[in-house]
Design a protein around this ligand. Structure first.
Ligand SMILES: [Zn+2]
Length: 189
């Protein structure tokens, strides 16, 4: 963000796909006195209410994925807004539940000037995961991932959506295409 010339104070909305530590870990930081503070001091943070419930009532299978310091202090400070359903966050930005990876995992869908982009988080974490059957072992509901992914991929091909691959080591974003019956990713330049 610093490289792009964006300061933390300029961020007004932070949307969580879900609250796993590798996604929400940057939401807060510990200051010199050890106090937990929001990384983006002027932002409203947004998450799915169901995911917050899961994140604060963990079980043996998902406990290692959630760290309360990433989101409980935000809720206590009154700057964590929870959405119950698919919703429009601001003009052109919507959240849409995918489930699969965790029950309330959501994608962030963006629209601007007739073009679409999608931050699908752990629905398709890397370009290797565009293929229907390639699903992470982390997923709590892999068959739901399968259903949501197939639906999303069909739509992404049709709308030529710019898709972000947040866990891919080489391709930050690209376009999903079908070539000779195979689903492939054309990296965005
Ligand atoms: Zn996750």
């Amino acid at each position: 963000m610093a490289e792009a010339g964006v300061a933390p104070e300029e961020i007004d909305i932070v949307v969580a796909s879900h609250l796993h530590f590798d996604h929400a870990g940057g939401f807060t930081y510990r200051d010199a006195s050890g106090r937990i503070r929001p990384t983006f001091p002027k932002a409203q943070y947004i998450c799915r209410r169901g995911d917050y419930e899961d994140a604060t009532h963990t079980h043996e299978r998902n406990r290692a994925s959630y760290l309360a310091d990433n989101y409980v202090p935000l809720a206590e400070a009154g700057i964590l807004q929870m959405v119950d359903d698919d919703a429009t966050i601001m003009p052109g930005v919507k959240v849409r539940r995918t489930g699969g990876h965790c029950l309330h995992h959501q994608a962030v869908m963006m629209e601007s000037k007739g073009r679409t982009a999608a931050f699908v988080a752990d629905l398709i974490p890397t370009t290797a995961h565009v293929r229907a059957a390639w699903i992470m072992g982390f997923d709590l509901y892999p068959v739901d991932t399968l259903t949501a992914k197939k639906q999303f991929v069909t739509e992404a091909i049709e709308k030529q959506t710019l898709v972000f691959f947040e866990h891919d080591p080489a391709v930050a974003a690209g376009y999903i295409q079908e070539q000779n019956g195979k689903i492939v990713v054309q990296p965005a330049s």
